[in-house]
Write a protein that binds this ligand. Structure first.
Ligand code: FAD
Length: 397
């Protein structure tokens, strides 16, 4: 769509009306942890109308508004996508679909994939039919990701893949995996890496849960034993996967920077929901001061994210900027969770049992989950290293 003001204003009005008519009333309640829709063959819709909302949005191409229509997207430009997200936020709509396919692999295939790969995978992502998981980290390759050792041997028209990946989030729910493998075993570590796609449910792929102290398992170890991956599933050029891996990481970092807090609702609003406006704690001048500061930080961050989107849409490099967004966004999101906990006091520290309502239990879980924000997708120390060397020009140590 065009970007002149009259057209955009028409689009805004149409969008507003469409959302009013199509957003299910039952979803107009605060989202609880775990209610995000990641899609996939095994998708559980914790809210009955979340599927209806996903289908309605997918039908318009608005689960992935900026993707071309031929690949299941909405064909909107940056200004149109921005209007859509503003209107969705205005009516407090839940995102119809989140996840690694939507925000990480999709943009990567649009940049590096073949037309056939895009046609095969993107519409299924946009409709929420296939969920993707990420095979990057290994037992000896986390921050130093380029040390990865998973082998993919050239067998003519396919690769034979062997090795293991660690910390694969929700691997048991992932239908497909994008995976970094080593295809040249003698090359320097950043060379000789490739990125391949495969069906995670292939019998050659085993996922083993890593149980956390909470008793839950969100992470898996993925072991691959003689998996045959056709060469048509290689993304980009063999041995040149490091550049693609970094491109995908910039999208992951931007996704993480906004997913958990700063671009979501102001803490002043959420605070009122947890406590009610008359609650004594929220009337405390020190707490009010902290809330105002958090809201200002979040607002400034949202504006910076908007500027980032506009600049990258015009072709500016996303690399180091995505590290800044990741570092600052996750810091603000963690602060926001700390503040909500401090506002709520002891009631926010319940894990289970009577005496705590759903919202309080949800808050405790989200607060603990927030501790991972500054680790996943690259730790804050690594983000600061990137900023130090690439933005400030400091020497590498
Ligand atoms: C919630 C969550 C979800 C995740 N999901 C996935 C997933 O789906 N798929 C996947 O592949 N991986 C996933 N990961 C793994 C994640 O990418 C790694 O945990 C992360 O890259 C750090 O690697 P590591 O855990 O091996 O820590 P290490 O690399 O061993 O780092 C340990 C500590 O040393 C610091 N450190 C390391 N090197 C440097 C340096 N050069 N300078 C300064 N400090 C340094 C780090 O900042 C960190 O504090 C997930 C992690 C989390 C927390």
């Amino acid at each position: 769509m065009g970007t002149d003001t009259a057209t955009l204003e028409d689009f805004r009005l149409e969008t507003r009306n469409w959302i009013e008519e199509n957003y299910p009333d039952t979803l107009k309640a605060p989202m609880r942890a775990g209610e995000h829709v990641n899609g996939g063959r095994n998708c559980e819709f914790f809210h009955p109308d979340a599927k209806l909302w996903l289908d309605r949005m997918a039908e318009k191409g608005w689960t992935c508004p900026e993707w071309p229509k031929k690949y299941g997207g909405g064909g909107l430009d940056e200004a149109g996508s921005r209007v859509l997200s503003e209107e969705l936020a205005r009516q407090n709509c839940r995102p119809p679909l989140v996840g690694m396919g939507r925000f990480m692999l999709g943009p990567t295939l649009l940049q590096y994939g073949t037309h056939e790969q895009r046609l095969e995978h993107l519409p299924k992502i946009a409709r929420g039919e296939i969920r993707w998981c990420q095979g990057y980290s290994e037992p000896n390759a986390g921050s130093d990701l380029a040390s990865l050792q998973m082998r993919a041997e050239d067998k003519g028209d396919y690769y034979l893949v062997n090795g293991s990946k660690l910390w694969t989030s929700d691997a048991h729910l992932g239908d497909w995996m994008f995976c970094l493998v080593r295809t040249d075993f003698g090359a320097k570590k950043h060379s000789g890496i490739s990125i391949v796609l495969f069906d995670r449910t292939d019998p050659a792929v085993t996922v083993t849960p890593i149980t956390l102290i909470s008793g839950y398992s969100v992470f898996y170890e993925t072991t691959i034993d003689d998996l045959k991956v056709p060469k048509t599933s290689l993304v980009g050029t063999e041995n040149e996967g490091w550049a693609i891996a970094k491109f995908l990481l910039t999208h992951e970092r931007v996704m993480i920077s906004g997913a958990f807090g700063p671009t979501v609702r102001p803490v002043s609003e959420i605070g009122k929901e947890y406590l009610g406006e008359e609650n004594g704690r929220i009337a405390d001048p020190i707490v009010r001061d902290q809330i105002a500061k958090q809201d200002m930080d979040d607002h400034a961050f949202a504006l910076t994210s908007k500027r980032y989107d506009e600049l990258t849409e015009k072709g500016a490099s996303a690399g180091a900027a995505s590290s800044m967004l990741k570092h600052v966004g996750t810091k603000f999101a963690k602060n926001k969770m700390e503040l909500l906990i401090s506002i709520s006091g002891n009631q926010a520290l319940g894990w289970e049992g009577e005496g705590f309502n759903d919202q309080e239990l949800n808050l405790a879980r989200t607060w603990l989950r927030s501790k991972g924000y500054s680790i996943e997708g690259g730790t804050s120390e690594i983000m600061l290293n990137i900023i130090a060397t690439r933005v400030l020009g400091l020497p590498k140590n």
